[in-house]
Design a protein around this ligand. Structure first.
Ligand code: SF4
Length: 357
């Protein structure tokens, strides 16, 4: 592909114009479009809005399990037989302690995640008090993920100081019935619209690798653009045994990076977060995700572990990016952990495997 093609991707995106579906398909198909110039074209857009900064997020699974919904990818679904540690909403003191730790470890935003279809009015009042306390004590942004939310609940949470509401679209409208039967794509859209109406920024993203086609991924990216989401997590499906969708997808690092580039071109101003599955599916190419994406989770995901905070911070710094944080001691961020790591020397049985000891 000629260099003008890559240049046009950047300029089209920076001019807030849409790429055609045919162009999006070409990016994902990969045969004609080379990866390195594509990453550079996406990086030019990322750099315009976010320079070389990377935002780090920590998830707090405030309630695990007990969900009546049947999302086929989720270990907490009523239909899942996964052996997870279910617990009702954590006590306030525990959540506040975790918010403090998130702030001290350099997270820019603290995400409270609760399983379930959606909170009752009583639960919304409780969450509002909790959010107000976190915001009063720590200068950290708060994001809540609590299922379906109506307009009244959105008003209450906004008044408490909620910065963001997370509710992923996950997949396209056409593919949605294949991953969930207890709620619809439209239900999810309405939750995001309620947040938008009251002025809470929306965080909504996608899960790549649940049997969707490239057209589904393009449709989700374009819907998220219409919603003007502030934050866009791109998850790469991690199959968890016991869930309805437990087949491992055939995602290559090359394809995952193309998806991230496409999402950057279509959502130039959104904070694009490379989320669950980055370690598993990007493998040795993980660091390249920083060129289209400007945000990451540290310390794992909902029910799956991820890289440690120190390893993620090290990767970011090694690649010449900087961590955007509210913590005062950013230079010390997990540095102790990194410095303590010694080189491990090979043992004799590895050096001379045939020698009997
Ligand atoms: S994704 Fe949320 S709503 Fe769906 S099963 Fe899991 S916890 Fe329940």
């Amino acid at each position: 592909m000629k260099t003008t093609f890559y240049h046009e991707l950047t300029t089209t995106s920076l001019q807030d114009k849409l790429l055609s579906d045919a162009c999006c398909e070409k990016i994902l198909a990969g045969s004609d479009v080379e990866l390195l110039p594509l990453l550079d074209a996406a990086y030019q857009v990322r750099k315009t809005y976010f320079q070389n900064e990377v935002q780090l997020h920590i998830l707090n699974n405030a309630q695990n399990g007990y969900c009546p919904e049947d999302c086929g990818y989720c270990a907490q679904a009523s239909s899942a037989t996964t052996d997870i540690e279910a617990y009702p909403l954590k006590p306030d003191a525990e959540i506040l302690e975790e918010a403090k730790r998130a702030y001290e470890s350099g997270a820019y935003r603290y995400c409270i995640v609760m399983s379930g279809r959606g909170p009752s009015p009583k639960r919304v009042s409780h969450l509002a008090e909790l959010i107000h306390t976190v915001k009063t004590r720590y200068p950290i942004e708060v994001c809540l993920s609590a299922g379906l939310i109506d307009i009244e609940s959105a008003h209450t949470l906004k008044a408490a100081g909620l910065d963001r509401l997370n509710h992923n679209l996950n997949t396209s409208e056409a593919h949605y019935p294949n991953i969930c039967s207890t709620h619809t794509y439209q239900d999810r859209m309405e939750t995001l619209q309620a947040a938008q109406t009251v002025g809470i920024a929306c965080c909504s993203g996608v899960i790549v690798g649940m049997g969707e086609g490239t057209d589904d991924l393009i449709q989700v990216a374009k819907s998220l653009r219409q919603l003007e989401v502030a934050s866009l997590p791109v998850n790469f499906f991690l199959p968890i045994s016991g869930t309805q969708l437990s087949e491992t997808p055939t995602l290559t690092p090359d394809y995952c990076l193309r998806v991230l580039c496409l999402y950057r071109f279509l959502n130039p101003r959104a904070e694009i977060r490379v989320a669950a599955g980055r370690e598993h599916h990007l493998r040795s190419m993980e660091v390249m995700a920083l060129y289209p994406a400007n945000s990451m989770f540290i310390d794992g995901y909902l029910n799956a572990e991820g890289s440690t905070a120190s390893r993620t911070v090290e990767m970011i710094k090694d690649a010449g990016f900087t961590v955007k944080t509210n913590a005062e001691d950013v230079e010390q961020l997990n540095q102790d952990d990194i410095e303590k790591r010694d080189v491990l020397l090979k043992e004799l049985k590895v050096l001379r495997p045939r020698m009997k000891s």
